[in-house]
Design a protein around this ligand. Structure first.
Ligand code: ADP
Ligand code: MG
Length: 677
């Protein structure tokens, strides 16, 4: 029987000399080694880590924990009561596993420490039943609840996961946090291979620790404060790189000249007349601001910000036509092929009516079509547009859609040497002041409200056991002539398995719930022409339902599609669901979105909050707040949350002060600072 030990165990690096520090000189090249070169990491784990975007030792060491375990006392089982998170230590008496509804499993282990016994419970981790054996001594961290001791983390042997301030890493369903931690630990000795990108003098002035020390305490802190000091150093580096980039771009922009475009003329007048609606005051203001920029010879760098469906595309086309009107060329660059094709469909229509030629350039455009497309008045494309050897005829205005998806380099390549005016469009709400600090050189136009005719999407959520009700309602709306999207679950593995799942689901619906309707399917593995064709048929109303993967996340615009059903919605991130929902409610008709999730009782706390937030509001800013909240309190699972940028350590909300310091440093640097990753 285990004796009660009231002791504190923490994860921190008590004795840095315990791991091999004297590895000789710093060898940065070792950081680029593949992960299966680490002890205990095999090919399978390497593949799984790759799904989290972790491929090298460096990636692993720069993988930030999303939170740390709190300090928690070891408590005798007899003294357990609900409420606080505590640690218990005891011996396993027996282990049982039983199925719950819907492929879910509950593992229960009776544990005793001599004062009393309790049932420790794990949801949906069936493998735990195999790992636990009667007689084993376990250390469990969790909370006493109504049904027993709800285990959050556990250890057999040396306390790791249950230690105070143990790092908890972002994990996916396929790879538990514990496994990630094990891999990080194997990589930890290599922190000494990180050279320090900051000059010693700057580090001293800013009172920053060495990069390698910052990384060490990030993963093995002795207190939350220590972890935070480490994080701040790493965040500072990121923000500094950002600010140096901004300073450099600003300096370069001073040197480039862009064509000054005269006042709007006849083509613009015809464009306005061709639109089936009047522009909203927000759109009008954005247009005025763009016009003022285009008149100058300093290249425009403007961020057009507006929630999904707020009407950015109309404004973008306005800017492009201003170039055409002046005998020059306009280009629109989108982050995905589907999105580029969608923009092309929308824009080509309008352009044709105005006698303006429009071309599409993506990676699947054939070489000879490419030449003529590149010569069009308005060119729409993916980053194929800015590839080596692609020459636009006479670019004056470039629009970059959903710009946060592009790296800074790609954005710059578009502007390279040609000095066109650039309009960046984003649907990710960034508070105005923040946008100015983060993007520095961008002016901001905001479409704060969607067209008034738009009714907010009525959103509801149901458990999968009631999914058939959703399809009954859907069938009714389809009979009234509406169209719908069915979004397939977010499977982590690969685009290919996602594609297969979407096709299977389309097939199933054709045979079952949606027998009487025509059902199409789009996914990322289709040939471009085929996908374009399906989208066009959906747009033309030949298809009632489009079963899709998240390829429809952005930009798809079919006003008559007023219903969306999202399957396994609890597996999506908040921002992503908001983007998806933005595909409906684009016309005057009332639109509906049904989020189908696993049964209520099995939802995680954060999934419940995400879904509730979506039901409660359609306001992107509000949702962004909730999203940030869920993230910074560290409840958000999932690996591909689309954030405003790729920053790993910095958090714009928390790190305002740090951002200011980085900005000041970037400006002070007389000689350009070179910062290796
Ligand atoms: P965003 O790109 O911001 O997500 P879009 O530009 O695609 O939004 O516009 C969404 C929908 O609203 C489109 O169908 C578009 O035709 C329509 N729309 C745009 N501006 C207006 C307006 N002023 N009045 C009515 N409908 C509009
Ligand atoms: Mg759009």
């Amino acid at each position: 029987m285990t004796a009660i030990r009231r002791q504190t165990v923490f994860a921190g690096l008590d004795q840095p000399q315990a791991w091999p520090p004297t590895r000789g000189r710093c060898r940065p090249e070792r950081l680029e080694a593949a992960l299966d070169t680490l002890d205990g990491v095999g090919a399978t784990l390497r593949r799984r880590l790759a799904t989290l975007g972790l491929a090298t030792v460096r990636d692993l060491l720069e993988h930030a924990p999303r939170r740390y375990e709190a300090a928690a006392d070891e408590t005798p089982i007899a003294e357990l009561h609900g409420g606080d998170e505590v640690v218990i230590v005891g011996d396993v008496l027996d282990v049982t596993k039983r199925p719950l509804r819907g492929r879910r499993v509950l593992v229960t282990a009776r544990v005793t420490d001599g004062t009393a016994a309790t049932s420790a419970t794990w949801f949906n981790q069936p493998w735990i039943a195999e790992e636990l054996k009667p007689g084993m001594c376990v250390r469990l961290r969790g909370k006493q609840g109504r049904y027993g001791f709800d285990v959050r983390s556990w250890d057999v042997g040396e306390p790791r996961a249950t230690a105070d301030f143990a790092p908890v890493y972002p994990a996916a369903e396929e790879i538990p946090a514990k496994t990630v931690r094990r891999a990080v630990e194997a990589a930890l000795p290599f922190v000494s291979d990180f050279p320090d990108p900051l000059p010693a003098e700057l580090r001293e002035r800013e009172a920053m620790p060495l990069k390698r020390d910052a990384l060490a305490v990030l993963h093995r802190p002795r207190s939350e404060e220590e972890a935070e000091r480490g994080r701040q150093r790493l965040a500072f580096d990121e923000l500094l790189v950002l600010q140096i980039g901004i300073a450099r771009r600003a300096a370069e922009r001073e040197k480039t000249l862009a064509p000054s475009l005269g006042a709007a003329g006849d083509l613009i007048l015809r464009y306005r007349r061709a639109l089936p609606f009047a522009l909203t005051p927000y759109q009008e203001r954005a247009i005025r601001e763009i016009d003022a920029d285009l008149e100058r010879t300093v290249p425009m760098q403007r961020l057009l910000q507006g929630d999904v469906g707020s009407g950015k595309t109309v404004v973008a086309l306005y800017a492009l036509l201003r170039a055409v009107e002046n005998g020059r060329q306009g280009a629109l660059m989108a982050p995905t092929e589907t999105l580029a094709e969608q923009h092309y469909l929308t824009i080509a229509d309008l352009c044709a009516g105005l006698g303006v030629s429009c071309g599409l350039v993506t990676h699947s455009t054939r070489a000879r079509d490419r030449v003529s497309a590149l010569g069009a008045d308005v060119v729409v494309g993916t980053h194929a547009l800015i590839q080596e050897g692609v020459e636009l005829r006479d670019l004056a205005v470039a629009v970059v859609d959903e710009q946060h998806r592009f790296g800074v380099e790609q954005r710059e390549a578009l502007a390279q040497g040609r000095g066109p005016h650039v309009l960046h469009m984003t649907a990710t709400p960034i508070p105005r002041t923040l946008a100015l600090t983060v993007y520095g050189d961008l002016a901001v136009s905001e479409i704060a409200k969607p067209p008034a005719s738009r009714k907010p999407v009525v959103t509801s959520r149901i458990g999968e056991e009631r999914a058939s009700e959703a399809y009954t309602r859907l069938a009714r709306l389809l009979r009234e002539g509406r169209q719908a999207y069915v979004v397939c679950p977010l499977i982590e593995e690969s685009e290919t398995s996602r594609a297969r799942a979407a096709e299977a689901e389309a097939e199933r619906l054709r045979r079952a719930e949606l027998r009487e309707f025509s059902v199409g399917c789009v996914h990322g593995r289709m040939k471009a022409a085929e996908r374009r064709d399906t989208m066009a048929r959906f747009k033309a109303g030949e298809l009632d339902v489009l079963v899709a993967t998240t390829v429809i996340e952005v930009g798809v615009d079919v006003p008559n599609a007023t219903v969306m059903i999202v399957q396994e919605a609890d597996r999506f991130g908040l921002a992503q669901l908001h983007q998806l929902r933005g595909r409906v409610g684009r016309g005057a008709e009332q639109a509906y979105c049904v989020l189908v999730s696993r049964p209520e009782a099995e939802l995680t706390e954060s999934a419940r909050r995400r879904l509730d937030a979506l039901v409660a509001t359609t306001d992107g800013f509000e949702l962004a707040e909730v999203d940030l909240d869920l993230r910074s309190t560290g409840h958000l699972l999932g690996t591909r949350q689309s954030g405003a940028s790729d920053l790993r350590f910095a958090d714009f909300r928390r790190d305002r002060a740090l951002l200011e310091r980085a900005r000041a440093t970037a400006r002070r640097a007389s000689a350009p600072l070179e910062l290796p990753g």
